[in-house]
Design a protein around this ligand. Structure first.
Ligand code: ADP
Ligand code: MG
Length: 491
């Protein structure tokens, strides 16, 4: 514990106060009686030590007599890891995210702790892997009669694995009780707000299908990355997008859903011409020819019409430019004079519910949700026909996510743009998309109206994704829990 960190109060563990305990004693309890699992297994594991060796270190550190080999293999096997005999000789970077998390859990459980503290253990994982890891933790708990303190931002996870829950806000516990009680009969406004912000997984009312010709059509788009030989990995090719086709109409939201690595971002970047495709065609209403084949000069007027919103609101805004400069950049580049641009930026800020005074400030003055609004204002500046949004709410907390989704919906209703909305979260897709395409390994495995794909899926992979949604069927609907007024200031 850093010296600058001062802890007051008491933390009793089995009768003993852990606060103020000598570091040596503390370390002895930690790891042997209390196991820890973290969000980012890659950061918690030693990258230059084979995984079996790392488990061995746990035994050695706590003076457990050897031999260790059989125990390590048995432990890895009990975590459902394939070929533990071979796997224990692998370095962490060779393993998938889910496998690394299993190794972390194996280390945490090596000495049979009474308590496991798991800090967002599945937040960095895909839903299907998340489901497996949560079942693994459950099984380990049943077998070992161990207590688990699971830290999560996801009420779905709480609904799936929790017995008791405590809700924290700004360093305080504002509500606690049995999971059933708290989820279905929340007392505190903050709990209600959080629960109401989780998108309901219910079919959105189908909007009248557009009879107009599609605004954007992608046909057979293909992209293979010719990977450079990495420091550790041999040169390899990745077929990131394999013949993807889809259509987008004016005023329509088409979702692309799928797990990480399925090729969603690659496809999005190709559509906005940030990345070159190997083959395929993208047509935009009113533009003769293939968008992917246009040269620099031909592309200039098209760029205005197709804009992108990125996932990371911290990385996607230039920290050295004011919000005015960021939002007005495209306008100024297209020859709009500063006065007109100024007026337009004010309108845009108003549209995304930011104060006009925001224009003079720099991105660091804003929260994640506000920055995402700035990114949306920037995308809207040139009155595009199409916005491609790549996981635009994935980095945001759930209550802020709900507001940004509402913003997208209201903007679209007012401006009639076509929105290509990429998300790995099926609840989000259900809330905002008219149409969804499910991507896996670079290909679309199923597509159709959201209500049909999400509530009557035809493909087994879509069914697997839906079954893996945490808390499926266990969370109350928004309406049942929403607090009277939800217009608290956004953070
Ligand atoms: P998603 O957005 O669905 O997570 P991506 O389009 O980012 O998927 O990635 C698809 C596949 O392409 C993955 O296997 C990924 O590792 C690979 N990939 C993405 N970007 C690059 C790159 N610049 N170089 C090599 N491989 C890449
Ligand atoms: Mg992506």
């Amino acid at each position: 514990m850093p010296k600058s960190l001062k802890v007051e109060g008491t933390i009793r563990y089995d009768g003993q106060n852990l606060v103020g305990l000598a570091p040596g004693l503390h370390r002895r309890i930690r790891g042997s009686r209390i196991g820890m699992v973290f969000q980012e297994p890659m950061a918690a594991l030693n990258p230059v030590m084979k995984v079996g060796k790392q488990i061995e270190e746990v035994f050695r550190f706590h003076n457990v007599p050897g031999p260790y080999d059989d125990r390590i293999v048995a432990l890895l096997a009990s975590m459902g890891l394939p070929e533990p005999e071979l796997l224990r000789h692998a370095y962490p970077f060779r393993l998938s995210g889910g496998q690394r998390q299993r190794v972390m859990i194996a280390m945490a459980l090596a000495l049979d702790p009474d308590l496991l503290i798991a800090d967002e253990p599945t937040t960095a994982l895909d839903v299907t892997t998340q489901k497996q890891i949560l079942s693994l933790l459950k099984a380990a708990q049943d077998e070992r009669h161990m207590a688990i303190m699971l830290i999560t931002h996801d009420f779905g996870v709480v609904a799936d694995v929790g017995d008791e829950v405590a809700v924290m806000q700004e360093g305080r516990i504002v509500e606690r009780g049995s999971v059933r009680e708290v989820l279905h009969n929340p007392q505190h406004d903050y709990t209600r707000t959080l629960l109401a912000a989780v998108p309901d997984l219910s079919p959105r009312p189908a909007r009248a299908a557009s009879a107009a010709p599609p605004l954007l059509t992608a046909t057979d788009v293909t992209k293979t990355y010719k990977g450079r030989a990495g420091l550790f990995a041999p040169r390899r090719e990745v077929q990131a997008v394999k013949g993807v086709s889809l259509k987008l109409a004016r005023g329509e939201t088409v979702g692309i859903v799928g797990e990480s690595g399925s090729g969603k971002s690659t496809f999005a970047r190709i559509v906005v011409r940030l990345l070159k495709a190997d083959s395929g065609e993208v047509r935009l209403e009113g533009v003769p020819g293939n968008l992917l084949a246009l040269d620099h000069r031909q592309l200039a007027p098209v760029r205005r019409r197709v804009q992108m919103v990125f996932q990371d609101p911290f990385a996607s805004l230039n920290p050295r430019r004011t919000v005015f400069e960021i939002v007005a950049q495209g306008l100024l580049a297209h020859g709009v004079d500063r006065r007109t641009a100024r007026k337009r930026v004010d309108e845009l800020l108003d549209l995304v519910a930011l104060d006009p005074s925001a224009a003079e400030r720099y991105p660091n003055a804003f929260s994640g949700g506000q920055r995402q609004r700035i990114g949306i204002a920037r995308a809207l500046a040139l009155e595009p026909d199409v916005i491609v949004a790549d996981e635009p709410v994935s980095a945001l907390d759930v209550s802020i996510q709900a507001r940004v989704l509402e913003l997208f919906a209201s903007i679209q209703a007012r401006l009639g743009i076509g929105l290509l909305f990429i998300t790995h979260d099926l609840r989000v897709a259900a809330q905002i998309c008219d149409h969804v395409a499910v991507m896996r390994n670079g290909a679309v495995v199923e597509e159709g109206e959201s209500a049909q794909v999400l509530f009557d899926p035809a493909h087994e992979y879509t069914r697997l994704l839906i079954d893996s949604i945490p808390g499926l069927g266990k969370l109350p609907t928004k309406r049942a829990v929403a607090p009277a007024a939800t217009d608290a200031p956004e953070r």
